[in-house]
Design a protein around this ligand. Structure first.
Ligand code: UD1
Length: 419
């Protein structure tokens, strides 16, 4: 299995291009099922997760080809409204096909995702909402089988859920009558999905807000070409890494509007931020001020940058708190950061980080996509060499992360056991 080796201590300087957003492209790929025909998605990152979603669409009967960061998806011949366990268990976002399959075929058979390293990640909001929309929803041998023609209604989500909002949206666009989603997610990836669906002919109002109103339509049509927005989590990862290592980076094609809370906190932590021609420039002398942070749904601080922020705070000039209000159990990175010398204690979903002067390189292990990014960040600033194993997690969500860091001056490379 591949490892990432890092020799810490270098500053990061230079420009990098941020890729398309993983969490935006995955639901949009499934939305292509809704109307038979050919679609082209551009600025699509080359990731394990986009390849898994391509494979799922192929199993459903679509033709999918990828080259030069573009995906051509033809859903004309889709004929198997089913998402099998072997794919869903490796990528929970596969559950997004439930809404589109139900809309197109009147039936959808999707494996329940099962466990996850972040603790329980249920899909009960999705299922309750589809029942409220009139579908029959049953569990059979580990598979959810949803059937029926959906009829618009008001859905009140108990908590904000990105996945449930996206899934229900894709079912509701062709439901009979009006669907209102209260407490909807308003993450940029959901807004982009709404824009894509509206280009297909859907009638969704309330974009960028917590209330979405969907007037069901009889027919949708394919979108010839559509560009995926930049990945705010990849952008945030490189910004946090430079804040801790020191240096100056410019992110090309990052959208500062999607990162406002993160940029504000980085400034509080001691970095200088400038926006030039839409690019984000961060300058840091590597001295970190302690700043408390709580994750919240958008526009709050994203849970997908919590682990990276924790790496930053390990070297702050005092003690800081991190509360994860979105995923209460998403703290597997603490044990690994501790191996590098970090001082962190955890009580329920609240971590207390005592800033120290230096981390020291060690052998560490990735546990999920974003935890891996936090370990790379910590290793980039640690004294000596670190070796990070189980990096298949990072390939799910970051394209060529070590090459991008190397282009900024980091001493980082991938080591294959086969060599
Ligand atoms: C998406 C993102 C993930 C991000 C998360 C929160 C994708 C592919 N993944 O995941 O990277 O960390 O949003 O921003 O876009 N919940 C329930 N029942 C449900 C659904 C959710 O209790 O049916 C809870 C979850 O356990 C969690 C919270 O709601 O505590 C938010 O989860 P959700 O927004 O649904 O996350 P995902 O869509 O799975």
């Amino acid at each position: 299995m591949d490892k990432i080796i890092v020799k810490g201590g270098n500053q990061l300087n230079g420009k990098i291009k941020i890729g398309g957003a993983k969490n935006a492209v995955l639901p949009i790929m499934t939305a292509c099922i809704l109307a038979p025909g050919q679609y082209k998605l551009t600025n699509v990152p080359n990731l394990k997760d986009t390849r898994t979603m391509s494979e799922l669409l192929r199993r459903i009967g679509a033709d999918v080809t990828y080259s030069n960061h573009s995906l051509i998806i033809n859903t004309e011949n889709c004929n198997t409204p089913e998402a099998p366990y072997d794919l869903v268990k490796t990528m929970r976002a596969s559950f997004y096909v439930l809404g589109p399959l139900l809309s197109r075929f009147g039936i959808s058979k999707v494996s329940l995702p099962g466990g996850c390293a972040w603790g329980p990640r249920p899909v009960d909001y999705h299922l309750k909402a589809f029942k409220e929309l009139g579908a029959s929803v049953e569990l059979d041998s580990g598979y959810i089988i949803a059937k029926g023609k959906l009829i618009g209604c008001t859905i009140n989500f108990e908590n904000v859920s990105v996945g449930a909002t996206g899934n229900v949206l894709m079912g509701a666009v062709t439901a009979k009558g009006i669907t209102k989603i209260n407490n909807a997610a308003r993450e940029p990836e959901i807004t982009l999905l709404c824009e894509f669906l509206n280009l297909m002919g859907a009638k969704i109002k309330g974009l960028n807000s917590n209330t979405l109103i969907i007037e069901g339509v009889d027919k949708l049509s394919p979108v010839k070409e559509f560009e995926i927005v930049p990945d705010r989590i990849e952008a945030g990862t490189f910004l946090i890494a430079t804040a801790i290592c020191g240096g100056e980076i410019e992110l090309i094609d990052a959208n500062p509007d999607h990162l406002q809370t993160v940029l504000n906190l980085l400034v509080k932590a001691g970095s200088e931020i400038n926006i030039k021609d839409g690019n984000i420039i961060l300058k840091s002398n590597g001295k970190i001020k302690h700043v408390d942070m709580e994750t919240e749904p958008f526009p709050g601080f994203p849970t997908d940058l919590q682990a990276q922020w924790m790496a930053l705070m390990t070297l702050a000039d005092g003690t800081s708190l991190i509360v994860d209000n979105v995923y209460a159990d998403r703290f597997t990175h603490i044990a690994e950061l501790t191996r590098l010398g970090a001082i962190i204690s955890l009580e329920k979903n609240k971590a207390t980080i005592t800033g120290i002067k230096k981390l020291k390189g060690a052998e560490i292990m990735s546990t999920d996509i974003r935890a891996s990014a936090s370990l790379i960040i910590a290793a980039l600033v640690a004294n000596g060499e670190s070796s990070i194993s189980r990096i298949y997690h990072i390939d799910r969500g970051y394209e060529k992360i070590e090459e991008k860091f190397r282009s900024l001056g980091a001493n980082i490379w991938r080591k294959s056991d086969r060599n």
